[in-house]
Design a protein around this ligand. Structure first.
Ligand code: HEC
Length: 131
């Protein structure tokens, strides 16, 4: 369809892609590993990660007292291509991992934390700020 509206939309999309690439300054990947989480609020995520004490096991920059050593550091989790040793790192997988780690990787030592979907969404948004 070549309605003025769809043309306009495509133009806006192209501009924001260009802006995103300019902001990265390090080249433009078509599919970033992590990417933004629609509906996720990183500030809320930070609060939740603190509240649920993920830092008992994980070292997490910016989270007070989060210096755990029995699990991988989350310092660069937003840059990783895979989480938990082989799961592609994108928002849907991250949210499922956070809510039901055993469903994603049977036998994992990461416990389910009883998160709601929205809590996992906010946490994923926060985790993807760690790069
Ligand atoms: C009881 C300890 C423990 C707690 C509490 C815990 N985790 Fe984990 N987490 C682990 C372990 C162990 C792994 C590695 C699992 C694996 O690879 O099988 C892991 C893996 C992860 C990964 C993937 C890391 C990577 O580098 O691939 C993320 C992301 C993560 N946890 C986030 C969280 C968040 C967010 C919370 C709080 C809601 C949390 N974890 C609470 C033990 C924990």
């Amino acid at each position: 369809m070549r309605t003025p509206h769809s043309h306009n939309f495509a133009g806006k999309t192209r501009v924001s892609v260009l802006l995103a690439c300019a902001a990265l300054l390090a080249g433009c990947k078509k599919e970033p590993a992590a990417g933004p989480v629609p509906g996720g609020d990183a500030q809320q995520g930070l609060r939740l990660v603190t509240q649920y004490q993920c830092g008992a096991c994980h070292t997490i920059p910016g989270v007070q007292g989060a210096a755990g050593e029995q699990a991988p550091s989350l310092a660069h989790i937003g840059r990783l291509s895979y989480i938990a040793g082989g799961i592609p790192n994108h928002p849907a997988n991250m949210m499922q991992w956070l809510r039901t780690p055993h469903a994603v990787k049977p036998g994992t030592e990461m416990p389910p934390m009883g998160l709601t979907e929205q809590e996992a969404r906010h946490m994923a948004a926060f985790l993807y700020t760690l790069r």
